[in-house]
Design a protein around this ligand. Structure first.
Ligand code: GDP
Ligand code: IMO
Ligand code: MG
Length: 422
């Protein structure tokens, strides 16, 4: 039996979807525990590309059960659209997808408030999916959960209570049109009929499965540096993508988790605002974006690109407890004569001992780089580690030493077949 948490180790988009799809072969259950439709997890099977936002990437394997834990915030509209898309693509979803009755619902006012707040000067560069406002209500104890849909009267009472506050905000602070309470109620009661067959006590289900010795894989969304506590606050998401979030967001206790698997991109990217010490605002950054096709899977925004940051990944390993990892997108570095790696940060000539979370400090850091030789050849069809050019193996072992992580999977392309297992 093995229960493992898979986490993004940088700022998201490390290639989690691809690796979950590869690993889920060995798992009975794949579970999401945080985030929402802000995630965009891409899986390429043959020439077909599928982007999943809410449903775990394990859904593409017929014998895998997928669950969405209480820690995920669910936009019913996005969920039903995804179910519909998968069903039309030939995947069986009913009986293979379960959603926690404790998960919070993203309401129309969450998306609206997200968009409005993003027009102010303290914008984050969010995905506009209503994530922050929904978690805001959850922790303010005003949120509406899946379970509330099952009790019509209670649901109506909660929508009315929320709208009173939100409409006052919309009208008096943001000078926007108020939302109609009945439209929202009718829309969500319609959703309820469709979502009902998927609702389950996910915490109980996962605990029973773990006790019965089933293999469970948690699929983190976003990445450690977007964690609301450990990331580059306030330029973060509003949930806990780090491995500890898996317990809180699913109801499976820490004593039942065996290992943490990291997904580490061979360079660094970030979408949205916030500090990014190794960012390249030059032709090398442009080249990474072009070769790596670094455009958001959810919003289509160009991703900011930069060199690998070993100081950041080492921090990520520590807070996540990563023991082994997959290095992804190594093929993207194939066309560089020289590749730089950040081995630490300095401020005012002083080398930092630990990763700074204070963004004002992080904005001032100067990365310390080591330069390695590139390999200047296509590696995207190599399936055996020993067939990789010596410079590529040197790059991998250099990163292993700096980050204290062993890379047991090396990904050299988006397809399932472009994967080296060591
Ligand atoms: P996620 O959010 O972590 O699942 O990652 P995304 O799906 O947002 O972004 C990763 C992108 O890189 C997707 O377009 C994947 O198809 C693609 N990808 C994944 N692994 C590799 C790889 O090893 N090489 C290349 N070139 N592309 C990859
Ligand atoms: P996956 O799972 C990359 C970023 C947004 C923004 C910040 C807050 O595909 O790796 P939010 O909408 O969550 O309130 O936005 O977080 N962000 C992501 N960046 N990958 C993601 O997910 C992201 N989800 C959110 O760009 O900077
Ligand atoms: Mg993504």
């Amino acid at each position: 039996m093995s229960v493992s948490v898979l986490v993004g180790s940088q700022w998201g988009d490390e290639g989690k979807g691809k690796i979950v799809d590869i690993l889920s072969d060995k798992y009975k259950i794949v579970a999401r525990y945080q985030g929402g439709a802000n995630a965009g997890h891409t899986i390429k099977i043959g020439d077909k590309q599928i982007v999943l936002h809410l449903i775990p990437s394990g859904i593409l394997r017929d014998d895998v059960i997928c669950v969405i834990g209480n820690g995920v915030v669910i936009d019913p509209h996005a969920l039903l659209e995804e179910i519909d898309f998968l069903e039309k693509s030939g995947y069986q979803i009913k009986g293979r997808l379960f959603i926690s009755h404790n998960a919070h619902l993203i309401m129309p006012y969450h998306k609206l408030l997200d968009t409005i707040r993003e027009q102010s000067s303290d914008k984050i560069g969010t995905t506009g999916k209503g994530i922050g406002p929904c978690y805001n209500d959850k922790y303010a104890r005003k949120g509406i959960r899946i379970v509330d849909l099952l009790n019509k009267e209670e649901f109506i009472r909660k929508v009315k209570m929320n709208l009173e506050e939100k409409n006052s905000l919309l009208k008096n602070i943001y000078h926007q049109e108020e939302l109609d309470v009945n439209t929202i109620i009718n829309e969500y009661l319609e959703f309820d009929k469709k979502i009902d067959p998927y609702v389950k006590d996910v915490a109980l289900f996962l605990n029973e499965a773990a006790d019965n010795g089933e293999n469970i894989l948690f699929e983190g969304a976003q990445g450690a540096l977007l964690d609301v506590d450990f990331g580059t606050y306030p330029f973060v998401t509003s949930s806990s993508p780090t491995s500890g979030g898996a317990c809180i967001g699913s109801g499976l206790p820490p004593t039942k988790i065996d290992s943490v698997f990291g997904i580490v991109k061979a360079y660094t990217t970030r979408v949205g605002f916030g500090p990014f010490p190794t960012e390249l605002i030059d032709e090398n950054g442009e080249k990474l974006r072009k070769i790596g096709v670094e455009y958001g899977a959810t919003t289509g925004r160009p991703r900011r690109c930069g060199w690998f940051d070993a100081f950041l990944v080492n921090y990520s390993r520590t807070i996540n407890g990563i023991s082994e990892a997959a290095m992804t997108k190594l093929d993207v570095l194939s066309h560089f004569d020289e590749i730089k790696v950040c081995i630490g940060y300095q401020i005012d000539g002083k080398t930092l001992k630990s990763y700074p979370n204070d963004v004002s400090k992080l904005e001032r850091v100067v990365p310390i780089y080591e330069t390695l030789s590139g390999w200047n050849q296509d590696i995207s069809n190599i399936t055996n580690y020993y067939d990789l050019p010596s410079e590529t193996k040197n790059y991998i072992s250099f990163l292993e030493k700096l980050t204290n992580i062993s890379f047991t999977i090396i990904s050299v392309g988006a397809k399932r077949s472009q994967t080296i297992i060591r």
